[in-house]
Structure formats: structure tokens, C-alpha cells
Design a binder for this molecule. Structure first.
Ligand SMILES: *[C@@H]1O[C@H](CO)[C@@H](O)[C@H](O)[C@H]1NC(C)=O
Ligand SMILES: *[C@@H]1O[C@H](CO)[C@@H](O)[C@H](O)[C@H]1NC(C)=O
Ligand SMILES: *[C@@H]1O[C@H](CO)[C@@H](O)[C@H](O)[C@H]1NC(C)=O
Ligand SMILES: *[C@@H]1O[C@H](CO)[C@@H](O)[C@H](O)[C@H]1NC(C)=O
Ligand SMILES: *[C@@H]1O[C@H](CO)[C@@H](O)[C@H](O)[C@H]1NC(C)=O
Length: 421
């Protein structure tokens, strides 16, 4: 077993001490305090927006709270959509807005005169599609300084697609629509918020592992605060390049990275070549293409040779009697997995809390699923593997920032302070 890296925790503690010293200075020095106030009053640009992410008990899907409503958090969706009231504003099909929304959603290109623009919203859970008018909506959420919400901001004229109510099938009961946050589409909700508020083109998400305390999404620049004292910024993250998906891929708005290899217990598994990883919040667990799945699960089972096997529990094959397993701050004491990112970005090390899931008393399973040969990407990272990790999709610099599990630094995704400052 590897020893947990303490470098990041140390760096964060140093960070904390610096902040403490700065605060002390500010309190004791009225002149600095006044200068800061003047700067803030004269130019209040918005650094970032913040919204809570809630894990639904029944479906384990996540919703994003916007405008006091819940929308499915859809990391690879190209559009914002929800059922519309009638009448609703429409957009001419000859407009640039229509072209932007249609190219993301794969709608037909035919257009005559001022006909309303229709697009094809997709339900990412069931794969169902429907036709809907493109319309406008207002989105309200809080601005943030990275530590708490600061003030409500309403963004007018956000492009959104109408959809039949039936398209909400399989969503959490509270969900009124789908917040498509995918990349590369000008009509993605994230892209629209960046453009309308001149935010840094950067989306940070932190998915909660629990259903009773929300995680958090940020649109714009860091830092990102997690109680009791972690204030994460660019220097606390490791980075790897975001890659473009193949156009044939089913969800071309998905964020993707490349791995040069995967290791189990620090031993590389025999992959023929590097692999592409996509991020998909519609998947409960990571789905591996058959070739990757076979070598990975075999390697993991070998590494777990000392732990009694129990019969598989669908959809999982590799299950273990967990009664004898040790428990650590980062979940069961099981072999770790290194996702070795391409381009010298370093390893994203995955520990027990994101590797094995408890399916019954005494039964824990390796939480990876066989996607068959036709899987659209070699690795489609699902929700369980992303929980309690801060993921920063930095489109401005075309890179992904990652922290690995926050449990190492004694915090979780549920520790953003949502009490307004
Ligand atoms: C789309 O908009 C047109 C024009 O306002 C309207 O007649 C039509 O009913 C709308 N379609 C749907 C599905 O709401
Ligand atoms: C803004 O934040 C406050 C405090 O967390 C919250 O009560 C309010 O609902 C938020 N407003 C919006 C529009 O999200
Ligand atoms: C990444 O993981 C591999 C496999 O465990 C290991 O050999 C390598 O030293 C790690 N690299 C870094 C920078 O930690
Ligand atoms: C797991 O192992 C314990 C201790 O050997 C045993 O009592 C228990 O029945 C086993 N559970 C399963 C599900 O195999
Ligand atoms: C959360 O933020 C509020 C507003 O700044 C502050 O009063 C409160 O002390 C913070 N909570 C914690 C636990 O730090």
C-alpha cells in the first residue's frame, strides 16, 4: 500500500497560516482595510458564480439549484432545457443563436424565414430525444468570493430549449429540467454564463457523497473554499490537458482527458495504448470498454488476492467480503489506482472511497462496469469516482485541474459555506 501523500495537506496548512496572518494584519491596520474597501466599491466585477449540488436519494443523480429550481447536473450536455409555459418567446431559425444551439444538439439545419428555431434536447439518463422550441430564460444564482455566497445575480436572456414533460423521465423528482454544462457548445449553460458575465471560462464541480449536505459548482475563477480551512487555488491542483472528443462520440460536449496508463497498487496494467477518459454525470459508476475492463479487473483481483471473494452483485463482477478490511480516512484500505495522465500532468490517485462500494453488509464491490466493445470511450468516468474530488474544467487554458480525494485534507465536497457573507 502507498502511504497517503501529505504534500498537499502541508501546502494547504501553509496557505491557512498565510491567510491567518493576512487577516490579523487587516484587522489591526485600518489603512489597508480602507484601501480594500475603496477598490471593492469602485469596481465590483464578478469573480465567480456558485450553486449547490444536491445528490438525490432515490436515483443518486445530482441536481444543480438555479433560480430556486432544481436542474439535473449534466456535465456533458450541450444545452439547458426544461418544459416551457405557453406562450413562450421563440428565436428565429435564421439567427446565430439558433445555429449555436442546433450545432450542439444535432438538430436539422432546414430553416425558412422567421420560423421558430427548434432543437433536439436529450435526456442523458435514458438517451431519449425530443423536439423543442429554443427560448430564453433568466437564471439567478449567487456570486461568490470563493468562500461564501456574496449577492444574488440574475442573468437575463439565457438560451434554453423547451421540452415535453415526458423528457424528464428517470430524473430526480425535484428536477425541472437539465443543466447542460458541456464544453465546446456556445449554448451550454456554462458557456453562456462565462460570456454574459465575462467570467473566466472555468467550471469547478465538487460532487457530494452524501444526500443530506450539498456539494458545490463554481462558474469562473477560484479560489474554492471548503471548511474548516481549505482554500483551494490553482497551485493546489494537478493539471492535464483537456482533449477534443472524436466527432463520432455520442456526446461530443463531454470533457475528456488522455491517460498514458493505469496502475493498480503502483503496477501498470497491460494496456495496448493510452486511453481517453470522458466525464459523464449520467453514469452512476465508471464504465470501461471491454479491453480496458478485462485487464483492469483482473489486475485488481490479483492485488486483492488476500481478501475473500464473494459472488458478484450486478452490475459488478469483483466483490469481496469486506468484514476483514481495514477502514481509513479515504475509505477501505484497498489497493489504490493511479490514473497516469498524459503530458507529465502526474497521477490522479484513486483510493478506496472512490473504488469500492458497499452493496450489502460484508459485501463491497469494485465499482467499475463492463461497457462492452462498443463503449464510446475507453473510460467513461461516472459519479461514484468523482465524488469528494474537486474537478476544475479550465476551458480558458484547455486543461483539467484535479485534487484527488478531498478526504485526505480532512474535508469533503459538502463543506462549502453556503451562509451568505
Ligand atoms: C413553438 O413555438 C410556436 C410559435 O410560438 C408554437 O406555435 C408552438 O406551439 C411551439 N411548440 C411547442 C412544442 O411548444
Ligand atoms: C443565495 O444564497 C443564499 C444563502 O445561501 C440562499 O439562501 C439563496 O437561495 C441563494 N439565492 C439563489 C438565487 O440561489
Ligand atoms: C505514477 O504512478 C505510477 C504507477 O503507480 C508510478 O510508477 C509513478 O512513479 C507515479 N508518478 C508520480 C509522478 O507519482
Ligand atoms: C464474511 O466473513 C465473515 C468472517 O469470516 C463471515 O462471518 C461472513 O459470513 C462472511 N460474509 C459473507 C457475505 O461472505
Ligand atoms: C460561514 O460564513 C459566514 C458568513 O461569512 C460566517 O459568518 C460563518 O462564520 C461561516 N461559517 C463557518 C463555520 O466558518
Amino acid at each position: 500500500m502507498q502511504t497517503p501523500p501529505s504534500k498537499m495537506a502541508h501546502r494547504l496548512q501553509v496557505h491557512f497560516h498565510l491567510i491567518f496572518v493576512l487577516c490579523t494584519l487587516l484587522i489591526s491596520s485600518p489603512s489597508i482595510h480602507n484601501n480594500l474597501r475603496i477598490v471593492q466599491a469602485s469596481s465590483p466585477p464578478i469573480q465567480a458564480l456558485v450553486a449547490p449540488i444536491t445528490k438525490d436519494t432515490a436515483t443518486s443523480l445530482y441536481t444543480l439549484s438555479l433560480s430556486q429550481r432544481q436542474y439535473l447536473l449534466d456535465l456533458s450536455g450541450p444545452l439547458l432545457w426544461s418544459p416551457c409555459s405557453t406562450p413562450h418567446p421563440t428565436v428565429p431559425c435564421s439567427s446565430g443563436d439558433c445555429a449555436a444551439a442546433a450545432s450542439g444538439s444535432g438538430a436539422p439545419k432546414s430553416c425558412t424565414g422567421q420560423r421558430p428555431c427548434t432543437v433536439r434536447p436529450t435526456n442523458p439518463v435514458t438517451g431519449e430525444q425530443a423536439a423543442g422550441n429554443l427560448t430564453f430564460t433568466d437564471i439567478s444564482t449567487n456570486a461568490t468570493d470563493g468562500k461564501t455566497p456574496t449577492a444574488v445575480v440574475t442573468v437575463h436572456g439565457v438560451l434554453s430549449s423547451c421540452a415535453p414533460v415526458s423528457l424528464l423521465r428517470s430524473f430526480p423528482g425535484a428536477a425541472a429540467g437539465d443543466a447542460g454544462l458541456g464544453r465546446g457548445s456556445a449554448a451550454s449553460l456554462a458557456a453562456q454564463l462565462y460570456a454574459k458575465l465575462s467570467l473566466k471560462r472555468q467550471l469547478a464541480i465538487c460532487l457530494p457523497s452524501v444526500t443530506d449536505a450539498p456539494g458545490v459548482a463554481f462558474f469562473g475563477s477560484g479560489p474554492y473554499g471548503f471548511l474548516p480551512f481549505a482554500l483551494l487555488d490553482a497551485s493546489d491542483l494537478a493539471y492535464t490537458n483537456l482533449v477534443k472528443n472524436s466527432p463520432s462520440s455520442s456526446s461530443s460536449a463531454a470533457y475528456g482527458i488522455r491517460l498514458s496508463g493505469i496502475a493498480v497498487n503502483q503496477e501498470a496494467v497491460p494496456l495496448a495504448a493510452g486511453v481517453t477518459v470522458t466525464f459523464d454525470t449520467a453514469l452512476p459508476y465508471t464504465v470501461l470498454r471491454r479491453d480496458v475492463y478485462r485487464v483492469f479487473v483482473d489486475a485488481y483481483q490479483s492485488a486483492m488476492a488476500g481478501v475473500p471473494r464473494v459472488p458478484g452483485v450486478a452490475p459488478f463482477e469483483a466483490c469481496f467480503n469486506s468484514s476483514g478490511l481495514g477502514v481509513t480516512r479515504v475509505g477501505y484500505a484497498v489497493p489504490s489506482v493511479d490514473l497516469m495522465t498524459e503530458g507529465g500532468g502526474g497521477n490522479w490517485t484513486v483510493w478506496g472511497s472512490n473504488l469500492v462500494t458497499q452493496v450489502a453488509t460484508d459485501v463491497a464491490c469494485l465499482a467499475f462496469v463492463d461497457g462492452g466493445w462498443a463503449a464510446p470511450s475507453a473510460v467513461a468516468l461516472g459519479r461514484f469516482q468523482m465524488e469528494d474530488n474537486l474537478l476544475v474544467f479550465d476551458e480558458a487554458n484547455s486543461r483539467l485541474g484535479f485534487t484527488g480525494t478531498l478526504l485526505f485534507i480532512r474535508t469533503t465536497c459538502s463543506n462549502f459555506n453556503f451562509t451568505r457573507g
